[in-house]
Write a protein that binds this ligand. Sequence first.
Ligand code: ADP
Length: 701
Amino acid sequence: MSVSPAPEPRERPAGDDASGAPDSPGGLRVLLVEDNPGERWLFSEILRSRGHTVVACEDAETAWEAYRDRPTSLALLDWILPEMDGLELCRRIRESPGGDRTVVVVVTGRNDPEALETVLAAGADDYVSKPVDVALMNVRLAVAENVAGVRADHARSQETLKARTREIEALFENLDQVFFSIDVEEDRLIQVSSAAREVLGMDADRLREDPELWREHLYPPMLGEVEPGEPHAFQHPYQHPDGTERWLETRLVRSAGAEGGSPRIYGMVSDATGRKRAEEGLSERNEELMTLYRLSEITLNAHASGDAYDEILAVISQSTGFPVVMVERLHWASERLTLVASRGLPADSGRELREIPVHESLSGTAARTGEPVVEPDARRRPEHTHEALRRLDLRTWLSFPLVVEGRVTGALTLADHDVREPDRRMVRWAGSLAHSVAAHMERTGAQEALRESERRYRDLARELRSANAELEAFAYSISHDLRSPLRTMTGFAHALLENFGEDLPPGALDYARRIIASGERSEELIRDLLAYSRLTFDELEPERVELGDVVATAREQLTAAIEESGAEVEVEGPLPTVVGHETTLVQVVSNLLSNAMKFVPDDRKPRIRVRARADDPSVRLWVEDNGIGIPEDQRERIFRVFERLAVAEAVPGTGIGLAIVRRGMERMRGTAGVEPRDGEDGSSFWIEIPRARSEGRAPGG
Ligand code: ADP
C-alpha cells in the first residue's frame, strides 16, 4: 500500500507536497485513511473543497508512517480497515509527541452509543456516521477545523513560551549570580542556576539533589524566615570550599504560588567579596585620614616639641593596635638614639633607654639605613643586642626613619610583646604615621629654633643698649668734667690778654688768642656733645606744641646770625600743632635754620622758607634753603655724629647738629631727613612729628 495519489491522481492537487508544505492559509493538512476508493475520493473532494491539503491513505500502516513523518492538524480515519483499524491509529497518534494536538474524526458505520463511547475512549475528538451526509460532514469538519485552529494557536503559544523560558534560563545561566527558587511547602529546591559552581563552589545538580546541602549553602538558617512582601537582602561571610573567605550577598523574595499553589522563595546569591573589601578599604582609608588630620591638629596646636607627644603616641597606638610606641632622636656625632617620648613601656625603663648606640637596636638600623625595619620577632635579629631593650621582651618590631628636611633625625618604633606578622597595609600606614611624627618634629623644632633666636636677639639688643648707655654716660661725664678746666683755661687766656696784653710780645699775643679760639671751639663741641647726650638720657615729656611758636623762638635765638648773613626767612603760617617736647623741637629747628644759613655759596644771600603740611597722624615741616645742596649718596651720612662733608670744611661747625636733629626727632616718635629741592639749588630738610588732636584750636597747615 502506498500513500496516495498513486491510484487516484485527483486526490492530490498538483504541487502539493505531503511532507513539506505547511498548512496553507485557511487550509489544513488532513490525513485521510479510507480503504474504500469511492469514499476516499468523496472525502478528499469535500476536504479540498474546504481548502485543505489531503494526505490520503488506504490503510492505517501507511497512514501512521506518513503521520509520524509529519503530523497533520486533522485526521479523518475510517474505523474499520484491513489489519490496523482507525481506532488503533488514533491511539498511536495520541501517544505520539504532539499527537494530542491533531483533531481526530472517526468515520464509522456504527451509530450506537457504545460505539461512540469506544471511539471517544480511543482519543478521537468526534465521529461521522456512514453513509456520509455531505452537508453533515461539512458541519463536523467546520467544528473540527475550529478546534484544530485553537489547538494550533495554543501549540504556538506554548512553543513561544518555551523558547522565552529557554532564553531566560540561558540568560540566568550566564550571569555571575546564582538564581534559585524554592517551593516553601514542599521544602524543595525547584531551580538553581549554574553560577552556583563558581559562587558557592557547589554543582547545581548536587544542590538540587541534597536538601541539607542547598539549605546550608543557598539559604543558611541565619537568614531567618522570609515573610511575604518586600525583598530581603543579607550580607554574610562564607567559607568557600576552595578555602577562601568570602562575602555573599543573598536577596530573597517570597511570593504566593501561582493559582493558589505552594508559595515560593525566589533568591539570588552573588559574591560580594570584592565590594565588601572595597567598602572596608574605603572606611579604613577614611579612618586613616581622620587620624592624620588629628595628628596634624595636635602638631599645629603644640608649642614645644615635648608638648604633644603623649597625645600623638596615644593616637598612634590606638590606630595601629601596637601597645608600645617610641620616638627616638638620632645624634649623628655620638651615633646614639635618645628616647624623646614613649608609650607602653614600664615606668622605670625610660632612664635605661635614654641613650642607645645605633648599632644595638632595630630602631638604630632604621635610623642608620633610612629604611623601615619590619620584624615579627626581634629576637632573631643580630643587632637587637642592647640589654635594656632585650629585657623589655618586645617581639614584633616596626621601626621607621624620621626624616626632617631630607635628613634622618630619628626613628618611630611600634612594638608588641607578641609575635605579629604586620601586613602590607599596616606597614604602609605606620610609614604615614612616621611622616606625621617627623612633621611634628620639624614644626616644633623650627618653632623652638625661632624662639631661641628671638631670645638671643633680645639678649643681644639688651647688651647693646646697656653698652651704649655706658659709653654715652662716659662721654657725658668726660665732656662735663672737661668743661671747667677748659673754661678756666680760656678764662686765664682772656685775663692774660686784658691785663697784660700791652706787655706781651706779638708772638705771645697770638698764642693767647689761639688758646681762646681753641678753647671756644672745644667749648662749643662740648656743649653740642652734652646736648646730644642729654637727648639720650633726658625724659622728653610729650606735650602739645605750636610749631609756629617753635619757629619763632628758634628765629629769635638766631637773630644775630640772621642779621649777619642777611638771610631772608619766610614762614608759611599758620603752622600746625604737634605733640612733642618744645625745647628739643626749638633746638632741632634752630639747627636746621642755622645750617640753612651756613651752607650757602659766599656770593649768595641765604633765602629760607619754612612750611608745613598736616597729615594724619603726623605733621611734616620743611626748612628749605638755596644752599650748596647735598649729594644723594651723602644724605644719610650727615645725620651721624661728627660727619661733615668736605665742602663744609671752611664753615664752622662740630658735625653734631644734624645728629641732634635725628635723635631728637626719634625721641619724640618722629623722624628727619633731607631731599633735594624741585628744580632749584639747595636742600629741603624735613622733620616729621605726631600731630596733635584738635582741641578747640584748629590744626594749621
Ligand atoms: P655742622 O653744621 O656742625 O657741620 P651738622 O651735623 O649740622 O654739622 O651738619 C653735618 C654736615 O651736613 C655739614 O657739615 C654739612 O656738610 C652738611 N649740611 C648740613 N646742613 C646743610 C645744608 N643746609 N646745606 C648743605 N649741607 C648741609
